[in-house]
Ligand binder design. Structure first.
Ligand code: NPW
Ligand code: ADP
Ligand code: K
Length: 487
């Protein structure tokens, strides 16, 4: 499990560690680790020149100390500094340590310095940064050659340390070297793409309490996935009711039911009108039909809540009963239109960005667009979680799973899926996997994040490096789970 802690908690931890250490020791550790990484990257690239972009805070201090180590090791080291000058010491002392100081307001000098850079150290802003870069720093970035390897100190400057707000004016790094623990910026969808490879340097930091953001890794699967024992039967493993599909979106029913049986559900009870029922009967002979006793419900894939006719109305009645029940529930796609008040039972909502925008707009009365959601995904997912008491799984390249704030639970952020998974029906498959896990008794947070992991890995295994259809993702789930359990 990867764990990230909010900047204020990291600062508090830093302060408590620093109290027992000689002054400057923590920064010295950070800078030594940073210099080692830069040295390795210079060696890999056969490079001789390193240039730091140095801001006015301690992030710039880390960069400067690392540059001094690199100068000592024989590399040509320069630091571009802003109008506030060097953050620590004075220009002469850094030049005495072998670091050439470049006036950042002299664009020609900046261009000349950066033109030769093999490695660029981005020490403009760290956890003290607000999203966005000052104009001067943006002009520095214009001079960074495409061939240079960019190492960001702690986080890519200009990106939101909290990972809540995306910006296109921040640094996009090849690698980010962070200290002690990861921060939300490194794992959350609004900012993770700017981080590049994440390298963690141990500086002896210990943050108290649980993380703010987590990411399950492959080694977490065995601890969470429900593995049946000799005493189990199909009922004890969990029966999943699936209210999905209609005369318009017939395939969603097949995909959700297929994914559930491929994920090892005890039994599926399918509820839907005649056409999808016929298809499910043919494609998923394991499913039984009509409402009955279940351990959890999936409501919504391919569900058209506006459909007319007695069959559609009967399906909608079951959907509403499921939502009003005290059973664990997953609501996806068309079913999201039925979400109104709070539910006390475990609830997982699985919108994509467009559906989340509609949901936030309806619940808050604000006019929120898909673009707004993409720019601040965590914030909007949390709004819906707090309004409904449900856990919100926001689908996308990175899948966010956000419990209500008052739960005290961390956010999970899963980055397991290849872009090939962006294909129609993939969300229906996810509902079947996550529904199976809810029926087996997992919490919405565990069910959602574990399903996202397995879904993403299954998409890759179904056809590594190439296109994949949703049905193939579902069919790849059994072998994927077995492989993950064997680790
Ligand atoms: N604590 C420790 O022991 C250790 C800390 N370590 C290192 O320290 C880093 C944190 O350092 P830090 O607190 O000095 O903040 P940092 O991000 O360098 O500068 C922020 C300053 O910039 C400014 N500013 C902010 N946003 C801006 C913007 N958009 N545009 C323009 N200006 C902006 C703002 O000033 P203001 O404008 O508010 O006056 C603020 O004061 C951390 O990431 C890690 O690298 C490591 O050495 C390990 C040990
Ligand atoms: N760029 C991407 N990279 C990886 N996975 C993606 C990407 N875009 C979407 N996905 C995943 O594909 C699935 C799409 O679901 P959804 O939008 O509900 O499709 P549908 O409604 O057609 O089933 C989600 O699990 C989502 O996380
Ligand atoms: K930085």
């Amino acid at each position: 499990m990867l764990r990230a802690y909010a900047a204020d908690r990291v600062r508090a931890a830093e302060e408590s560690v620093m109290a027992g250490l000689p002054e400057g020791e923590l920064m010295a550790r950070a800078a030594r680790g940073l210099a080692e990484v830069c040295r390795a990257r210079l060696a890999e690239r056969g490079g001789a020149t390193v240039v730091g972009l140095v801001g006015s805070g301690n992030n710039g201090g880390d960069a400067l100390y690392a540059l001094a180590h690199l100068a000592d090791a024989g590399y040509a080291a320069s630091a571009v500094v802003g109008e506030r000058g060097v953050p620590l010491g004075d220009k002469d002392s850094w030049e005495a340590a072998g670091v050439r100081i470049v006036d950042g307001s002299d664009q020609a000098a900046v261009r000349e310095a950066l033109g030769d850079a093999d490695v660029v150290i981005d020490g403009i802003l760290g956890i003290g940064g607000r999203p966005g870069l000052p104009d001067a720093a943006r002009r520095w970035l214009d001079e960074v050659p495409d061939t240079a390897y960019v190492v960001s100190v702690d986080l890519p400057s200009g990106q939101d340390p909290a990972g809540e707000i995306g910006t296109d004016t921040g640094v996009f790094a090849d690698e980010t070297v962070t200290f002690g623990v990861a921060k939300p910026v490194h794992l959350l969808p609004a900012t993770e793409a700017a981080v590049g490879q994440l390298t963690l340097i141990d500086i002896g930091l210990d943050v108290e309490g649980g993380p703010d953001v987590e990411r399950l890794d492959f080694d977490d699967v065995a601890a969470l996935w429900p593995v049946p024992g000799a005493a189990d039967d199909k009922y004890s493993r969990g029966v999943l009711g699936i209210v999905a599909g209609g005369e318009a979106y017939t395939g969603a029913a097949v995909l959700s039911c297929t994914a559930a049986v491929e994920s090892g559900v005890g039994m599926v009870r399918y509820v839907g009108p005649p056409t999808p029922t016929r298809l499910v009967r043919a494609a998923v002979p394991e499913a039984v039909h009509g409402p009955g006793r279940v351990q959890a419900w999936v409501v919504g894939p391919g569900l058209d809540v506006e459909a007319e006719g007695s069959d559609a109305h009967a399906q909608l009645r079951v959907a509403r009963e499921a939502i009003d029940s005290d059973l664990p529930l997953l609501v996806d796609a068309g079913g999201l239109a039925l979400v109104a008040g709070r539910r006390d039972a475990p609830t997982l909502l699985t919108p994509h960005a467009g559906e989340l925008a509609t949901l936030v707009s309806r619940l808050t009365g604000d006019d929120v667009s898909r673009t707004d959601v993409t720019a601040a995904p965590l914030r909007h997912a949390r709004t819906v979680a707090d309004h409904t008491g449900a856990t919100v799984l926001l689908k996308g390249a990175i899948t966010l799973v956000v419990p209500p704030s008052d739960s005290g639970l961390p956010v999970r952020s899963q980055d397991d899926a290849p872009p090939w998974l962006a294909t129609a029906g993939a969300g229906d498959v996810l509902s079947g996997i996550a529904g199976t896990l809810l029926a087996a008794g997992l919490s919405p947070l565990d069910a959602g994040s574990l399903a996202a992991l397995v879904h993403g890995v299954a998409a890759d295994r179904a056809n590594p490096g190439g296109p994949v259809r949703a049905l193939a993702v579902a069919m790849a789930v059994p072998a994927t789970v077995a492989a993950l359990l064997r680790r």
